[in-house]
Write a protein that binds this ligand. Sequence first.
Ligand SMILES: CCCCCCCC/C=C\CCCCCCCC(=O)SCCNC(=O)CCNC(=O)[C@H](O)C(C)(C)COP(=O)(O)OP(=O)(O)OC[C@H]1O[C@@H](n2cnc3c(N)ncnc32)[C@H](O)[C@@H]1OP(=O)(O)O
Ligand SMILES: Cc1cc2nc3c(=O)[nH]c(=O)nc-3n(C[C@H](O)[C@H](O)[C@H](O)COP(=O)(O)OP(=O)(O)OC[C@H]3O[C@@H](n4cnc5c(N)ncnc54)[C@H](O)[C@@H]3O)c2cc1C
Length: 674
Amino acid sequence: MSDNKGVRRVNEDLARERANCSFDVREITFLLDGGENNTITRKKIEDFTLTDELLSDKVPDECLSPKEKYENAVRKSCLFGKLVKDKLLEFGGLETFGPNSFVLRRIADAFFKEISPLLLHLGMFVPTILGQCTAEQQSEWLPRALSMQVIGTYAQTELGHGTFIRGLETTATYDPETEEFVLHSPTLSSFKWWAGGLGKTVNHCIVVAQLHTKGQCHGTHPFIVQIRDLETHQPLPGIKVGEIGPKLGFNTADNGFLGFDKYRIPRMNMMMKNAQILKDGTYVKLDRHGKMTYGTMVFIRVMVVNEVAFNLAKAATIAVRYSAVRRQSEKKPGEPEPQILDYVTQQHKLFICIATAHALQLTSDWLWRTFSGVVTDIKHGKTDSLPEFHALSSCLKAISTSDAALLIEQCRHSCGGHGYMMSSNLPLIYSFVTATRTYEGDYTVLLLQTARFLIKAWEQAEAGKPLTPTVSYLTKYFKDGRVPWDSTSEGIVNAAYGVAAGKISACVKSIRNRVKTGLSYEDAWDLTTVQLVAAAEAHCRAVICDVYRSEAVRLTEKSSPNVRAVMRQLTTLYLHYWALERIGDLLRYSAVSEEDVVALQQKYEELLALIRPDAVGLVDAFDIRDEILNSTLGAYDGRVYERLMEEALKSPLNAEPVNRSFHMYLKPLMQGKL
Ligand SMILES: CCCCCCCC/C=C\CCCCCCCC(=O)SCCNC(=O)CCNC(=O)[C@H](O)C(C)(C)COP(=O)(O)OP(=O)(O)OC[C@H]1O[C@@H](n2cnc3c(N)ncnc32)[C@H](O)[C@@H]1OP(=O)(O)O
Ligand SMILES: Cc1cc2nc3c(=O)[nH]c(=O)nc-3n(C[C@H](O)[C@H](O)[C@H](O)COP(=O)(O)OP(=O)(O)OC[C@H]3O[C@@H](n4cnc5c(N)ncnc54)[C@H](O)[C@@H]3O)c2cc1C
């Protein structure tokens, strides 16, 4: 399906795999896109935008210097921005463009092999204006931001603090005489650090700073700050700004640093939806919940789950197609070399990647719907659902990013040496996704946020109080005792909840026992954090298993029998995989027996064999075009070796037969003249 460029010869093994696939690939594509119409629109937009003229790079990006790479990324960001502005709006109008923003996300990967320096502008600057500004402020900033006159980023993290937002040191002190805020960086550790696009690209940024007025500090608040001249792009007086240097990935994102020397901004540049400073310096708090200024972070955590699902789908597509093309070793003496996809260990590495990409995408769709409900509640002044949603989005962000990063690395391992080539695209996909585990809230820190909520929920269950939906299972498991074992999918999901409840209960006991020895609650909590992280992880895994299973059943209600069968095989594989991964927990908290464990393993291996003939069809169903995959190993036609050689020949080192270093160093060394 993805073969956009027509009739190139397809590798014979891949062609045979496709011929033997048991289901209509398009049917699963439609399911994943949310309906046939979405697929049709997506493909039209892709055909329309992904033209050679815009995408071609004479020299591979990875062979450029950091400066050239950045310049190329800016060039492409501007082309991409113009394309979105001129052509796509023309193509579908704003109505089409809105619901199809997921298409933009996909095609962006064809433009940027790494990251667009404008990602933070669209990804965080604009959403923060929408979430944190009054209507009046929005009417001032939004049109300028959307037309790209104002280009911005989100500068919260400092050299000294990322996680602990309350510990940020940048100050914004209100001066009623001039009706301005004075921004200041009192220490080296208070310098803003990390914001994407800050180093060289943006002219504005959202700065999170401690608000002082009338001699009092009111905690962190967001401000819109112009940092560069709109005409010359020079940093404005009082601003010290630069780029933070090379990183594991994100190397085209010009992440930057920023310091203020008593820099003044107008009063109205404080984002005033949740709190205001009146002209005389009076502080007015409008946020009844107290954490509404953290809203952009919650929004991005929701987006990130979808983001990593898509990246895992890309890695799985590359690794499965390559494994169908690659032949290695022999199973029996004298037999032809098998496709490496025929090794059961390879299937074990890869099929969980396909299943996890589905699980995370369906969970992300469900999370998005839940989020929309929370946003509607907030609009009506109701914030009761926020604590539960914060706990849910925190753990889903932590687990999805961590699982996706590990599995993408597993895809790379499964491609052997060629997976180490930049041209496979697996290193870049990994470097991008592994950052998601840290940014927008570190893994451990977010799981501990969820754990706080779970411990409170447990105490509510003990007190017989009603619980919110995602923790209502606790009332069922709240008494001690093992969860009965049942090897159906539903039974495994129940057992996963049982494990989570058992772990939460163990944490509560640990904390209470420690408090009994005379420790403060904080110290007892701190000593229990290893268990608390594990409990939050178990809770999150139970939620993902539950949502994946029920959503897959719901979505395939009207599907053809073969599609329903293969989707069922994948969910069952996922549940068995995690039951086996967490068998110690099941032995501790459920009634699973030794024989049940043997049966689980056997069923898991049977599922690998059942899925094997459909593996290529399943990754084809992700329908990710070659321009977006950007991989020598994963292209639709499977011309792996030809592509590897073509890319190797583009290396600048191959542009001349002898490099000058031979004459400068090697020859003198060889001749003893160095
Ligand atoms: C071209 C197309 C492109 C499309 C692209 C789309 C794809 C992707 C999209 C976009 C990519 C953009 C790339 C992004 C790059 C990265 C950006 C950044 O990294 S920006 C920095 C993020 N920084 C953090 O996340 C800090 C993490 N730290 C925190 O959030 C807080 O400090 C935290 C939660 C750890 C603690 O906050 P406390 O110290 O104020 O709160 P405590 O005292 O612990 O708790 C007080 C109460 O508040 C609740 N709370 C905390 N946070 C909450 C929240 N957000 N909502 C609701 N309640 C919350 C807690 O649960 C607690 O509740 P109780 O007291 O137990 O009832
Ligand atoms: C690629 C990338 C892009 C980024 N982009 C931006 C951006 O655009 N804007 C922006 O503002 N920020 C950005 N960040 C910063 C990012 O949000 C922070 O790095 C992240 O929130 C983690 O904070 P930290 O670096 O201070 O880590 P730390 O908090 O110092 O974490 C270090 C270790 O300490 C542990 N730890 C910390 N606190 C606790 C605790 N309470 N309990 C237990 N363990 C703890 C962590 O688990 C971790 O293992 C970006 C980061 C990266 C990597």
